[in-house]
Structure formats: structure tokens, C-alpha cells
Design a protein around this ligand. Sequence first.
Ligand SMILES: Nc1ncnc2c1ncn2[C@@H]1O[C@H](COP(=O)(O)OP(=O)(O)OP(=O)(O)O)[C@@H](O)[C@H]1O
Ligand SMILES: Cc1ncsc1CCO
Ligand SMILES: [Mg+2]
Length: 273
Amino acid sequence: MESKEWSSGVWTHLTAVRRQSPLVQCITNFVSMDLVANTLLSAGASPAMVHSVAEVADFTPHIHALFVNVGTLTPDWLPSMKAAAELAAQLGKPWVLDPAAVSCSGFRLKACLELVELKPSVIKGNGSEIIALSGSASQGQTKGADSSHESTEAIEAAKSLALSSGAVVAVSGAVDIVTDGKRVIGVHNGTKMMQRITATGCSLAGLVAAFLAVDPLQPLEATVSAMSVFGIAGELGEELANGPASLKMHLIDSLYGLDETTVLSRVRITRLG
Ligand SMILES: Nc1ncnc2c1ncn2[C@@H]1O[C@H](COP(=O)(O)OP(=O)(O)OP(=O)(O)O)[C@@H](O)[C@H]1O
Ligand SMILES: Cc1ncsc1CCO
Ligand SMILES: [Mg+2]
């Protein structure tokens, strides 16, 4: 695809999110709840932090997409994640898995591998998370939420995970990588300071769920668009920010205010393979 087509696709996806305001169920970590919800709201989507396994049967049939993030996983949360994922997949609703800090314990790795079995549409992690989840962690493990790998070091792991799981795999970092196992796309938007705000990766993954909701049949394209939009909001936010705390505020404001001219001139998407 030409870069002009990618740019117009990004704008089309964002306007669809604003118009349709998809309902996104989020079962995410305690650290990220506020930023994920505010990111979705400023993009025009409708977040709902509905976590209890007791509510899945009633609520999940009404959602347009599901976001699951294991960042502060405990054994009592896993059943709701699995029940919601299973029901979403069964009802043909897209869902996103963020294997946050997957290698911090055997419990978390096993939980993530079980969630992968429930057919996520997209798996979004940072470089270290995707390497660990794909089983190619010999390159050195990370134990926490931050990546110790460049996203580009995780390209082969991402392709192999995409092929084995059937999901589109997205790796966030300096260049965001998106692959379905065959095509590899690079999104070159975003700024380094975004790493200094907790839960930007989680918020990005939540945003991917909203974009999937408006284009469920093209998960790779929808993911690329969400990553570009979030990166552009970060770039614009940084121009106004004094540091991470004000970047967080300006990122949300910029996402809310994005217009067509800005999007079309800022999108940086390339085919890497
Ligand atoms: N060096 C960088 N240059 C430009 N953009 C970056 C850089 N590092 C991260 N980003 C952007 O920051 C956002 C968050 O990605 P990151 O990989 O830091 O997530 P994460 O590690 O999953 O974060 P968290 O676990 O805190 O939610 C992405 O949109 C990504 O494009
Ligand atoms: C800091 C942190 N710890 C567990 S989850 C999380 C948020 C970023 O993933
Ligand atoms: Mg993360």
C-alpha cells in the first residue's frame, strides 16, 4: 500500500471511531485504568471497566470489542478474563490481549499462553513481552513492565507468534511493528518521552481494540491506524509538554483535537517486510 493510502486509512478509522463510539470492555491493570479510559474517551470510544466474572454473561454480548491486560494479574482475575475472551471470540467480537510483564512469573506466562489459546484478534506487547510470549526468550529475559529490547529485535518473534496464534501481533517501541505473520508494517510515530508515562502501552492496546471494533475484518490495518494516531497525539503533546506529567495531559488533549490535515501530514507508516 502507498503511504498516501495508509494516511487516508488512518483518518477513516479515526472518524469511524468518533462516529460509532464503540463500546470497549476493558479488563486491565490497576495502574492503567484511568489512562486507558481517558484515551478511549478522547478518541471518541466508550470504555467500560467491567471486570467481574459475575457480569460477563450479561455485559460482554453488548460490547463492540474487548481489551484484556494482565499487568496486575492475580488468580481471581483470570477467570473473568478467560470468560470474557471466550464469549467475545464466540460472538465474533474482536479482542486484544496485552501480555504486560508476561515474564515476571511462571503464573503470568501460563495465563497468557492460555489466553492466546482463546484466539485474540490482536496481541500487543513491547519487544520483551512479545519475545517472551513467542517462546524465544533466550535473548535475555525482562522481569518487569518495561522493555529491555528494541521493537525491531522482536520482528521474528512477532511473526512466529502471529503464525502460531492466528492473531495480528503488534510490538510497541521506537518503531511500532505490526505483523500478521506475512506482512510487516512499521509505524514511525510517537516520542521517546511516552515511555516515561506509565500505561501508555496499555492505553495504546485499548485504543487498538476501539479501532478493531470499527474494522474487524482488517485487524492489521486497524492496528496500524491506532498506533499511528496514538503516536501522533504523543508527538503533538510533547510540543506542548514540560515533562511526562504534562505530556500525559497534552497527549489526551491532542488525541481529542486531531484533525484531518494534521493526521494526513503526520502519519509515518512503511512496509518493512
Ligand atoms: N523510543 C521511542 N520513540 C518513539 N516512540 C516511542 C518510543 N518508545 C515508546 N514509544 C511509543 O510509546 C508508546 C508506548 O509504547 P511502549 O513500548 O513504551 O509501551 P509499554 O512498554 O507496553 O508501556 P506500558 O507497559 O507502560 O503500558 C507507543 O505508542 C510507542 O510508539
Ligand atoms: C508499572 C506497571 N506494573 C504492572 S502493570 C504496570 C503498568 C504498565 O504496564
Ligand atoms: Mg505494556
